[in-house]
Write a protein that binds this ligand. Structure first.
Ligand code: NI
Length: 177
């Protein structure tokens, strides 16, 4: 297993739509292991392959507090969304240091393959429903901040572009010395 680098907003690669997984082979199993290691290390409760620059439809989730409930969703499809919505604060490992309220359907029914390739349907509510929707959005190149007002998005973009420039500047400085 190896920890992978998590892409940071506004990296354009986070906008890449992921393609479906055809065969769940050893490469995919190793990728899933790496995704769990990266998510638990961060720490986070969900990670989409998109976030480690692998554009295939795989999500790992564990909303337990002690890492006891790992879930793998391969090629997840949202079959049904509740018409009732709720609002809760979200954050993202690709947008560290920012959280904001997002409105989403409070329940979803999804179908996905698990890591053995078995198709399962899950009815989720609360935090799990929110987490699934957030991660499936990543696979479609969407981020939770896309749901915020244009003004907030513009401010965030400026703030994170500046932070990215500073990171690059520091790296160049170190290399030059
Ligand atoms: Ni995220």
């Amino acid at each position: 297993m190896a920890k992978r680098e998590i892409l940071q907003y506004p990296d354009r690669r986070l906008r890449t739509p992921a393609r479906a997984v055809d065969v769940i082979d050893e490469r995919i199993q190793a990728l899933i292991d790496d995704m769990f290691e990266t998510m638990y290390d961060a720490p986070g409760i969900g990670l989409a392959a998109t976030q480690i620059d692998v554009h295939e439809r795989i999500v790992v989730i564990d909303i337990s507090e002690d890492g006891s409930a790992p879930r793998v969703l391969i090629n997840p499809e949202i079959l049904e969304r509740a018409s009732e919505c709720d609002v809760a604060e979200e954050g993202c490992l690709s947008i560290p240091g920012y959280a904001d309220d997002v409105e989403r359907p409070e329940r979803v029914r999804i179908r996905a393959l698990d890591r053995d390739g078995t198709s399962t349907e899950i009815e989720a509510e609360g935090l799990l429903a929110r987490c699934i929707q957030h991660e499936v959005d990543h696979l479609d190149g969407r981020l939770f901040i896309d749901y915020l007002s244009e003004l907030k998005r513009k401010r965030l973009r400026r703030r994170y572009e500046k932070a990215a420039r500073q990171r690059t500047g520091q790296t160049l400085g170190t290399d030059a010395g």
